[in-house]
Ligand binder design. Sequence first.
Ligand SMILES: Nc1nc2c(c(=O)[nH]1)N[C@H]1C(S)=C(S)[C@@H](COP(=O)(O)O)O[C@H]1N2
Ligand SMILES: [Mo]
Length: 318
Amino acid sequence: MLIKKQGEIPSSEITDKKVYLNRRAFIGGAAAAGAAIAVGFKAAGLFDPALHASANAKLQFKPSSFSTNEKQTPLNDVTHYNNYYEFGTDKTDPADEAKNFKPTPWKVKVEGLVKKAQTFDIDTLLKIPLEERVYRMRCVEGWSMVIPWIGFPLSALLNQVEVQPKAKFVEFTSLLDPNRMPGQRRAVLEWPYVEGLRLDEAMHPLTTMVVGLYGETLPNQDGAPLRLVVPWKYGFKGIKAIVNIKLVEKQPTSTWTQAASNEYGFYSNVNPNVDHPRWSQAKERRIGEFFKRPTLMFNGYGDQVASLYSGMDLKKNF
Ligand SMILES: Nc1nc2c(c(=O)[nH]1)N[C@H]1C(S)=C(S)[C@@H](COP(=O)(O)O)O[C@H]1N2
Ligand SMILES: [Mo]
């Protein structure tokens, strides 16, 4: 992400238009099927844990009122235009290099300043009621997508471990395993990938622990089996393949801050008025669209989140 990528053409822009439109029609069908599953689940009140155990299983979920109605980015772009340096630095690398990654079994430790530190199995987390949240995503590089994520609020998990009053921040850590993540054999970043949120950001209802997209468990290249999504912040805050969540008193660092602290700050709120040192953040290219569109403050989620930052200088706290 530090490097050369600005001029790159998204695959959807070079795809033959007819193929592209057919693909969209197919995705529309898949989304409708997802809605049917959600309704069926509600009506029958069923829960079948077996459905969640294997990779790319169908998930049961309810729709969320937080979802945008904007046109969803085709599944093929969501899974072939990725940033995931553990599996290569090119957008198309993760689809290929993460192909054989086994995201199960998987455990996540939640620890630090909590009353009941606990290690959760991914199957246990999948029993938390799931919602489909169609969010706008904005990468710091200047492209954006609309993705139908499936997950649960991070607050649901943090409430289970009972956060101590002393905790002020949450620190997230990705898997460190160079045998399974070939990109970690290269020193392009410091490993493991780490990220952080202020506690009130972490507890905000929009902040989501994601386990799936487009109706199924997460594809490996999108962060299986568990990743964070914070829709009002630049995409790199959405740490993938999380193995540890720690409640702490002091502001944690993040991988991109370690790599270039003048370019990537702790907050990383989407902000069209604060340019990246090497490019403007005023506009973005929605993957699949030709013309750029203006970037919205807090990625369009200002009504819900602006109050978290009242009184803060967002140029200083970028
Ligand atoms: N562990 C890990 N998480 C990561 C990254 C990464 O390289 N490693 N890249 C980040 C960046 S820069 C972005 S834009 C999003 C991309 O998520 P997506 O590929 O599902 O769209 O993942 C974020 N999470
Ligand atoms: Mo990004």
